[in-house]
Write a protein that binds this ligand. Structure first.
Ligand SMILES: Cc1cc2nc3c(=O)[nH]c(=O)nc-3n(C[C@H](O)[C@H](O)[C@H](O)COP(=O)(O)O)c2cc1C
Length: 154
């Protein structure tokens, strides 16, 4: 299958998860393209200040994964701006994942996934799996392995 991974990552955490997901999907035999979102400024204070420097086209993928850091209990404004402008995700399978600094999913991870899932579903995607990685937790590497395994089982 043709698979896209669209990631936003300011300090590299979410990108490192996306890279592992890319490795797993490639090992599973998929054709995978990973693209990072870039905004100017890098850390816009709100969605109205996001100026996307690239707008990856997802129309050619059978499945698309979206990864973002949690910013103030939401997916990063950069990812939200990107998802809002996508014309359609109809007929596509999707997966969403976030990384966050706080140790518990209720500290921004759950709300961020809910928002990303809704944005994808509003565009017609079927969101099969989601994942949250709490960056500061001891079991982080095991969680990343579980999340990449789950997401790639679409
Ligand atoms: C502006 C801003 C807001 C943040 N808000 C939250 C938050 O609400 N909850 C949380 O757990 N982490 C929060 N964080 C921490 C990031 O989500 C966390 O460090 C993430 O793993 C960074 O991912 P990245 O390296 O891919 O950019 C925030 C970080 C920034 C820069």
């Amino acid at each position: 299958m043709k698979v896209g991974i669209i990631v936003h990552s300011l300090t590299g955490h979410t990108l490192s998860v996306a890279n592992l997901l890319e490795d797993k999907l490639t090992a599973d035999g998929h054709q995978v393209v990973l693209e990072s979102l870039v905004s100017e400024p890098e850390q816009p204070s709100d969605i109205s200040k996001v100026n996307l420097q690239n707008i990856p086209d997802v129309s050619g993928y059978d499945a698309v994964f979206f990864g973002a850091p949690v910013w103030a209990f939401s997916p990063s404004s950069v990812m939200r701006a990107y998802l809002q402008q996508i014309p359609s995700l109809a007929e596509k399978r999707a997966g969403c994942f976030v990384t966050q600094a706080f140790p518990f999913a209720w500290m921004g991870g759950n709300s961020s996934i809910r928002i990303m899932k809704e944005l994808c579903e509003d565009k017609g995607a079927e969101v099969l799996h989601t994942g949250i990685i709490n960056w500061g937790r001891k079991k982080r590497d095991a969680t990343i392995a579980d999340v990449t395994e789950l997401l790639s089982s679409f």
